[in-house]
Every structure is written in C-alpha cells, then in structure tokens.
Write a protein that binds this ligand. Structure first.
Ligand SMILES: [Zn+2]
Length: 370
C-alpha cells in the first residue's frame, strides 16, 4: 500500500525530519520524531565507536586477505584516510592511536554477542549529547568508561567531528527520512500484525534505533534488555524500500521469543536436536511475507482487496512479487544453507500466516518434519 498519495504526502516530511525536534528538555538533539513504533537516533559517540571498530577490523584483516570466521565488513564506507579534507600529521597520529586501541581491545570481539561491547554501545548511545565523555567539562557527561577507553574516544572525537561526522550524520538523517513515510503510514499496523503472529505484545515504548554509518558485517544488529536496534545507513542491503523490512526484521528479534521457545519445546518432546537458525529463518520469512504486499506497485495491494470481493473480475491476478523481493531471497540466505528451512516454512508456517492453521500446530508440524 505504498500508494502514490502516500509518497506525495510525505514529500514534505523529509525536510521536517532533518531538523531535530524542538522538544522537552530531555529530548536528545540526535532523536527524530514524532514517528510511531521506532525512535531514531543519529548519535555522535555511537557512530564514532562503530567507525573505530570498523577501521580496527579493516586493519586486522584488510579486504585483500579475508579470514574465515572473521569476515571483513562488506560495506563501501569511507574510512578516515578517504576524508574529503586531509588530516594534519598530529590528527593522523591521534586517530591511528585510537584505532590501535580498538584493534587491541575490541576488533576480535563481536558487537552483537560480546557483553562488554553491548553495554558500551548502549552507554555511548545514552551520552550522545555530550561533547566529551570524561566529565571534565560537564559532570553529567562522565560516562564512567575505563580511562584508556575514554581517552581513545575523546582523542578521536575532534578528528571525527572535523573530517567525517558531518557526512555520516547526513547519511543517517537521509536514511531516516527515506524510511519515515512507510513507518508513519504502516508502522503501527505491521507491528501489531507481527506481535499477533508471534503471539506476544509489541513493546509499549518506542524501540530505539541507532542509525550509524557502520553497524556490523550484517548491516544491522539488535540487542535486548533494553531492546535496541543498530542499523547501518550506508549498507547497500538497507537501502530503499528494503530499509523498512530490515527495521522490522531487527525489531522482531526482540519479540519473537515465543517462537524460539515453542521450537525448543517441540524438539524436546520429540527428542530432536534443536535446529540452529530455524527461528531466525522464520522471522526473516515472516517479515518478508508481511511486508511484501505493501511494497508492490502502487494500487496493487488495494486492487487485490477489490478483486477479492469481485470474483468475476476479468482482471488478471496481480503479481505480488512484481517489485519486491524479500531480504532473505534477495540476499540468498535460503540458498546458503536454509533451503530446507524455506521448504518447512512454506509448507507449515505459511498456512498459519494465512489463518489456515494455529501457531502451535504450525510449529509442531515444522518440528515433526525436521
Ligand atoms: Zn536477524
């Protein structure tokens, strides 16, 4: 239902979204709003943190020598050496020192699974409005980080601010402005539909989305308790209409726990090995199925409804996949080891999505067929 009217209406929105809200005192200047479901941020420290991590990772394994199990980030991102304005010798040394600190301490750790990195990312997001993190200028800006880490971030900050941040912040804001119309129009409906499917409730609070030039090798990741999404504004996989699907896929990580529990329960009852990633394939599949009808050519989704009440219509059946290919298909996830899962999902989960089966039956049947 990405109708022309919607597009026209929101032609005006991006400009408004580019201007931080004049809002309550606690409202971060990096936050956007008001949009339903999600709260978008383009925060300085979280972007710097991911940038240092990215450069440290590149230093550890340059693109020419990828290492198994330690993938090189698949993004075309400007690193500091590509900055439009050249760095002075002193800036170069300071930046390299901070990257070296990240290379020594974090590059071998996973942004998603490492607890220290998860806490650090959340902390940096919360301090996005501070100019420095030691508390030297403002007591409330003491982020409580280890002194050497504070030093690495505070030393890199002015260089990042001068040479890269403006471009990356602009890219983040452009990304939010691009996805905002669909979030505005369809966000509440999609969130309710997904919560119903997963037999749970969508969180009452808006889900914080930190938009960052670099996120991780997957282009986005989600941490829970608190539920927060980090998403790359520059990753090719997150652009255009796909941005909307990636957002809801990531958010689903936080709400689809009942599916994982049900799969585990059914496997235990049947003495079966719990399938790795079936749960993840299921949320990819589900988000794709729920989003796809909205992404067809303007009018198609509505026309489908009209045709449904006019059985004698001479119109050919609309092609639901004319213009939109779900993420997992587009990125070849099923082809790369999830082929069997796709069959299970099409056979046993799809009927549940079509209201022809119950949640419990669908999971039980999938697990039986494993
Ligand atoms: Zn995922």
């Amino acid at each position: 239902m990405r109708a022309a009217s919607t597009r026209t209406l929101f032609l005006f929105l991006p400009l408004a979204l580019l201007t931080p809200l004049a809002a309550p005192a606690q409202q971060s200047s990096s936050a956007y709003g008001p949009l339903p479901v999600f709260e978008f941020h383009s925060g300085f420290w979280i972007n710097l943190h991911h940038m240092l991590y990215y450069e440290a990772k590149l230093r550890e394994s340059p693109p020419t020598a990828p290492q198994k199990g330690n993938p090189v980030p698949q993004v075309k991102l400007k690193s500091m050496k590509d900055a439009a304005t050249p760095l002075s010798a002193a800036e170069r040394i300071a930046w390299d020192n901070s990257v070296a600190f990240y290379a020594a301490n974090y590059a071998n750790k996973d942004l998603l699974f490492n607890n220290e990195l998860m806490l650090l990312k959340n902390q940096l997001a919360d301090f996005e409005d501070c100019d420095e993190l030691s508390g030297a200028q403002k007591k409330t800006c003491d982020a409580g980080l280890a002194p050497r880490l504070t030093q690495a971030l505070d030393a890199a900050a002015p260089i990042y601010r001068t040479h890269l941040w403006a471009d990356q912040d602009r890219a983040n804001r452009r990304w939010v402005a691009g996805v905002a119309p669909l979030v505005e129009e369809q966000g509440v409906g999609i969130s309710q539909r997904l919560a119903d499917i997963y037999q749970t409730k969508w969180p009452k609070e808006k889900i914080r989305v930190d938009v960052s030039a670099y996120a991780n090798p997957s282009g986005a990741y989600t941490t829970i308790d608190p539920l927060r999404v980090t998403i790359s504004s520059t990753d090719d996989r997150n652009q255009g209409d796909e941005a909307f699907e990636v957002l809801f896929h990531e958010a689903s990580h936080g709400i689809a726990e009942p599916v994982q529990s049900a799969i585990i329960r059914e496997c235990r009852q049947r003495d079966k090995v719990i399938p790795r990633d079936l749960w993840h394939a299921l949320i990819f599949y589900t988000t794709g199925e729920v989003i796809s009808p909205l992404m067809t050519a303007p009018g198609n989704a509505r026309q489908e409804n009209e045709d449904a009440v006019k059985p004698n219509s001479n119109r050919p059946p609309p092609s639901r996949r004319e213009t939109y290919t779900p993420y997992a298909v587009r990125e070849g996830l099923y082809q790369r080891g999830w082929k069997d899962y796709l069959q299970l999902l099409s056979r046993f989960w799809q009927p549940y999505l079509d209201n022809k089966s119950t949640f419990d039956d669908a999971i039980a049947r999938m697990v039986s067929a494993l």
